[in-house]
Design a binder for this molecule. Sequence first.
Ligand code: UDP
Ligand code: MN
Length: 300
Amino acid sequence: MGSRMCGSKCLFICLGLTCIVGCYLALLPIENEKLPSPKPVQTHISSLSQKERLAVIVPFRDRFEELLEFVPHMHDFLNRQGIPFHIFVIQQKDNNRFNRASLINVGFLHTKKDFDYIAMHDVDLLPMNDDLKYTYPAANPVHISSPQTHPNYHYATFIGGILLITREHFELVHGMSNNYWGWGLEDDEFYLRLKDAGLQVERPAGITTGTADTFKHIHDKTYRRRDHRKCYNQREATRRRDRDTGLHDVTHRVVSEHAVTVDGLDATVVTVQLLCDEKRTPWCQCPNTVVKKPEAKAKS
Ligand code: UDP
Ligand code: MN
């Protein structure tokens, strides 16, 4: 009977103790679990995104047919090289003469946040040789369309057509001059900027193709006429190295930005209005040469 008594007493005490300990534990603050700190993730994606990104900047006005060929061609060509890239078509929309260099400046400003290097790229010049590598030009700008292989231009200091340059180098030389309205010389002036900054333009090595088969130049000069006009003091002014203008003063307005696809392949069209200071560069519009109309015959 004594043991029976202890049994129910003990059971009672045990239940009480369990209750007290349970309540105490429930009231304790929750402590963070101590987990091992996460290891840095080394995935394929993170290593891919570390690769330098290329903005293909295409100065553009009224070259729609060429663009339809350019976009699919460049996607094929650059994907074969595994280059992360995006095509930006910088379309000029204003009443001024075409200004390739200012459009490239605008394209640069528009993309520099997200891209490590640019290809300034004519829309009508398609690379046909896979040995032309569009990789990051770390040490020096790389001129892809060298005078040895360009279909038209063969002088040693030519750097037009297609040129790769890092964001840092483009900023170092303050971009391109904004003085070049109409066709020509903006690339030669840019050559002087690179030279003055101590940069030596490199060219692709070991190219076995020549002027006829390294590029396809979709350019019939009677269908796509070059604007060779020279007016006011344009000739003298544009033969000089420009130490004033560049990325900092490319006066413009971005009118619109459109994501487009050609055959399902992405590009972005940035439409830009370039503003001209007529006092500084009056040749942004050449006055029309007056063509005399034959006098109408008097009606009889
Ligand atoms: N361009 C354009 N519209 C024009 C003039 C030029 O889009 O009215 C652009 C286009 O990208 C072209 C580049 O500027 O490929 C160079 O002009 P162009 O082909 O006339 O020069 P080329 O190197 O053939 O002498
Ligand atoms: Mn051309």
